[in-house]
Ligand binder design. Structure first.
Ligand code: S3P
Length: 174
């Protein structure tokens, strides 16, 4: 489908890049965390406390299935755990061209310093949690993506330019 999907670890810039891409392409912007919060009527942290992570993951999958029947030309930024289920990874590829916004461990730790909105990082030992989760997930993000964009040291403009280049090339393909 003709959509752009952004995946990657928490704090890698999916939402910010997605908003800017939406303006550059003049396509609709959807953020799965935001859509789920609207659906839940509470924050993701509150939902995790009330219903647990497994229920959150089921709701992510249901949302992805619904997005597959939406009109095309969307920029979709996804929650950091979205591509981890095999079923979701397949749905994401069906939904559009998947870009993994890849940030180093150092950049990720710096970006997430002081964050209080991510339930998986709550409590002590945040850096260790980030290192462990990133180590486990990085290969899965890579496998779930069509293209990897290294984001360290790049401006939003450079990242968006890379996405545009890929999409132009794909458009020109027979
Ligand atoms: C999660 C990432 C969050 C949100 C939830 C779980 C994860 O989204 O979906 O807290 O498992 O990595 P962001 O990547 O937008 O922070």
């Amino acid at each position: 489908m003709k959509n752009i999907i952004l995946i990657g670890f928490m704090g890698c810039g999916k939402t910010s890049v997605g908003g800017k891409l939406s303006r550059a392409f003049d396509w609709r912007f959807l953020d799965t965390d935001q859509l789920l919060e609207e659906e839940f009527g509470c924050t993701i942290s509150e939902f995790f406390d009330r219903e647990g992570e497994e229920e959150f993951r089921c709701r992510e999958t249901q949302l992805l299935k619904r997005l597959c029947s939406e009109p095309e030309e969307m920029i979709v930024s996804t929650g950091g755990g979205m591509p981890l289920r095999t079923e979701n990874a397949a749905l994401l590829k069906q939904l559009g061209t998947v870009f993994y916004l890849k940030a180093s461990e150092e950049a990720t730790i710096a970006r997430l310093a002081g964050d209080t909105t991510r339930p998986l990082l709550a409590g002590d030992g945040r850096e260790d949690k980030i290192r462990r989760l990133l180590g486990e997930r990085a290969p899965k993000y890579a496998a779930a993506s069509d293209y990897i964009i290294e984001t360290d040291g790049k401006s939003f403009y450079e990242i968006i330019h890379e996405v545009e280049k890929v999409m132009r090339r794909k458009k020109a393909e027979p």
